[in-house]
Design a protein around this ligand. Sequence first.
Ligand SMILES: C[S@@+](CC[C@H](N)C(=O)[O-])C[C@H]1O[C@@H](n2cnc3c(N)ncnc32)[C@H](O)[C@@H]1O
Length: 735
Amino acid sequence: MSLAKEIGKVHNEIYKTVNGNIKVLLPIALTLLDKYKAKTRLGVAKPVEEIATEFGRTVKQDIDATLMRLQTEHPEISPLLRTSIESHLNEIGAQPESRINQIVDYISRNRRFLEGLNQEDFVGILYETMVSTEFDKQDGRFFTPKNIILINVEIMRSLLETQHADLKLLNVCDPCCGSARFLIYWVESIKRHFWKHHFLAPETLNDIFSKIYAKHLFGMDIHREVAGYACWNMLFHGDGATNIANADSLNHYGFVVHWKLVQQFIREFEDKFVETKQRIQQRELQDKLELIESKKGSILSFKDEKEIDISSLGVMDLIESINSLLEVHSKVSIKWWPVIQELHRLKDFDSINEIMKFQWSNINEEVEKGFDMIITNPPFGRGENLQINDPYILGQYKLATEAWVGDLTKTLLEKLLEKQFDKRVEDFYLQCFEEMGIEHILSEHNVKFKELSLGILRNIASASSIPVDGTENKNSLVNKLMDTLNREIVNEDDYVEISNVPKSVVKKVANEILFEGEGNVKKIGEFLTSKITGKLRSEWIKIEDVFDYDHKLTLKDSATGDEHTIYFDQDGKPMLFKNQLPKQVLFLEQFLRMVKDGGKVFTVIDTGVLSNNDDEYARRFLFKNSKIHAVVEFPHNAFKAAGTGVKTAVILYEKTSDPPEDYEIFGSLPQKLGYVLNKQDTPPDPDNNDIGKTLCDYREYVGLERLCDKSEEECDWATSGYCSVWRAEIEKVEE
Ligand SMILES: C[S@@+](CC[C@H](N)C(=O)[O-])C[C@H]1O[C@@H](n2cnc3c(N)ncnc32)[C@H](O)[C@@H]1O
């Protein structure tokens, strides 16, 4: 049975019943799931049978009661889930009793749908189906095929096995979590491992898995409703801690990126805060203001600071104070303090730094130092909606604020050379020629007679015994040389010393000698590259290497050792080398910032990032800051059901400040993924699946045992086109 198909059928039927207001299905399905979970907890032998008879008697009040109970049963439930429960209560409340009865009756008679309740992906698929018509796929909101999630978590777990990691203690995050399916499949993968290798009592195992859900799994999604569904999914799988945040995971630093504005806030603080206290009389708001006042010392300590530690208590005080003032402002407009109004306008979500350091580290203090791993599928591709051009987000990324030397345009490069070598660029080029032993112009430099001065032309003429009349002007001499020598280009016979030629010719010769490639697409050559990297001791150019700036802010993270500098112009806007970048490229950097040293990232990207000439900077960035372990490239249409034909891959990389110079990367190109690639709804096709083979190859590559005990030649994949262990134990295909 295909769970997605069954859920789709139920969804479509109910869609008709409720005239498109499909949201009502979710609270009903959650009530059903809750009842089912209660049965399985009690060890009922045939839970589906019992549910089938009992659920049909469910009425509107039962659904309300279940939702309320879930709230009270889990005191640590996230505010996000609370809001989601409230909106479900409203949806149920708005429906007539008879309609609820009709839906409940239909569901309770649908045996195949009820059988799906035991599948770990029930909530994920239900949600996916419900929103598939509403989702804006252009925006990168679509769902990952199960086999792609599974290969991601299985390869990740295999790598961790080779490093003897304690799987139950690893802190895992999906920063673009959707309905949290990556996190849920991750735990399924650990469960498989434990059941196979650890012979512990079921209660002990359950305890371990509940703890994983409560303390070690974290997710974020920018869409509030989506994040709410992730909470539900976590609630039904774990113990109710639901560590899911509604956040923009590309916004790591939050307010501090608006440092000029924050400085203005600090400068005005003493006066404006006194006024605020006088004007605001409400008791509960005054308490808030008193708390802010107690942090005054911290706030003022950041005046004129150019370097801050984003893990420090001081920064926490500063951010919490601003956040509290914004809360006050949302209740009573603080119109006498324009900076607060501006900060309020800028605030959408808590920043990732705040969430990790000041919120989630209360659940698990290790999170402050970064996650152990990230498994995810961020929006990939390059459509207009998938680009970031907000300078305050781009400013947070080295990929935008630093330029890889090979990407420098000629104009930027010459600016850099003048600043770094403190001389005019023509003089710098002449120095290069001297070092390279190039003394005179050769024919390959393509210098024309007409580009030279009259004096040099006279020398060329006399060296070639061409009579020169002292009254001739430049044009007539050029014509005479061209006619007599039958060429317009200077060559070695003319022996024109480079140091004597006009500056424009020096630049032209430099273009021939120091740059590679044709016409306008010339790239910086090896000699210049080594000059620059020798001087800067890096292949990456910073803003201050090229430009003047108004002020800068260095953001240090004492918990992770990471550091990033933002340079600002006079208006307080971050200065950039790149004014637009695809989200997927920024995410590559952001994921590294979110994991600790040695932390692993497994993410989906479009394959262009791996191969496009123009994306070399992104690969260079990864090679500089991480070690790449594996790349699995999928065939076209792997994401067809999501409405995108972008060719994709998953890449596994590990954060390290000291990556090896030269190393092997595991690569795999599965052609069949266990679902039909050329049909729009990609129905399951478990008989054609190379993914198990990819996993087996990876395991052998890293020195682990294969999935089955047969040799590579005799394995089921070689004989039948699919791996039977993958099919039965990992994908769990229902036969
Ligand atoms: C391709 S979907 C993958 C969802 C989920 N991981 C799955 O496969 O089922 C990408 C998800 O990232 C979320 N997203 C997009 N941009 C984001 C951002 N800047 N911060 C956090 N989440 C984001 C979208 O709302 C969407 O749920």
